[in-house]
Write a protein that binds this ligand. Sequence first.
Ligand code: NDP
Ligand code: GDR
Length: 370
Amino acid sequence: MAKTALITGITGQDGAYLAEFLLNKGYIVHGVKRRSSLINTDRIDHLYKDPLLEKTNLFLHHGDLTDSPNLIRLIEETNPDEIYNLAAMSHVHVSFEIAEYTGNADGLGTLRLLEAIRLLKKTDKTRIYQASTSELYGKVQAIPQNEDTPFYPRSPYAVAKMYAYWITVNYREAYNMFACNGILFNHESPIRGETFVTRKISRAVARIALGMQPKLLLGNLSAKRDWGHAKDYVDAMWRILQYNEPQDFVIATGVTTEVREFVRMSFNVIGVDLEFVGEGVKEKGIVSACRNLEFQLPIGAEVVGVDPFYFRPTEVDLLLGDASKAYKLLGWKPVHTVHNLAVEMVNSDLHYFKGQKLLSDNGFKTERYW
Ligand code: NDP
Ligand code: GDR
């Protein structure tokens, strides 16, 4: 019999990749999406068929992690074998502005799902995956970070996720639930949200190459992240719930890269070398070579700058994960490197913006205005 999965956050980066992954494995997939004034299903439109017109294994439901009765009803109706709780206000910088909402959705939202499973007496049937994060390590207490490294969260987002982490552990211990945390380090892709740093960079590189944007403004160029590919990481989520006992796992590549270096790598994809000069807010990325005849950027052009607007009140400076437990117990290993991630992301954005430019050069309105 086909297994049934319920994915919260199905319209997000990971939700879209996970839905595709599970559908390919023969699952029936139910996804929770928020009502929005503009259609927000871009990332899963290629998977969706109208169940009234065609046979499909993918079903979408309106819902929100701040709405308990709705979550209870959804779990009762869909009766899932596995729940993947991916929904969250996931932007660290934004969480300083909407701290209470972040606590409600990212922290209490997890409790609402766990309670729903318990109240519906599905603790023996339904396994739950909680999207925990390397942001829990925050001001890091050890390098690299593994399942035993103490947490020190540095943002309202991370503090909310810390509650979610421990309430998941608590329900596992108190009610014998199959509830697990995946402590995932940063993972990116061509469908990454546009305001996370890697995608902001890949979009800007494409737009600068096409003459659609003069410059890229960033915050802390010295932050280091362990960047993987979202496709590899949804496989890990699934493996965590297939393991023979509920446990928490770090998922990471074991390689850390500076934001500055990711910028350099991304410009290299279009045949441009960058030199960084100056320090702090005065730092600049300047074109030192351009080998690409299609995109002629003048030597000396200042294409990267720093704007303190993007600095965070408290920062996480260095993340580097040790996923040896997942390698050993789950047989999981990342396939992608940070370098081929940058290549894939820049090429995908180049393709997209070439299309947008063609439309706008010929007098047609482009799909997006930013
Ligand atoms: P995204 O921001 O791309 O997606 C978040 C999803 O959650 C979207 O579908 C969003 O809906 C939905 N959502 C937000 N708030 C609510 C709410 N109150 N109720 C219901 N749905 C909501 O994140 P990712 O896909 O990158 O990440 C998935 C999860 O993994 C998140 O919980 C994130 O915090 C966590 N995580 C991510 C990592 C990463 O590097 N990507 C690393 C570690 C953890 P909408 O589309 O309408 O905005
Ligand atoms: P992060 O990702 O905070 O690690 O959270 P993000 O890409 O936003 O930042 C990574 C690092 O880059 C620095 N940075 C900038 N960041 C953004 N967004 N914009 C900029 O202009 C910029 N300039 C420099 C940041 O200061 C930071 O150090 C992501 C999210 O997906 C979380 O949901 C997830 O839990 C963690 O990854 C693991």
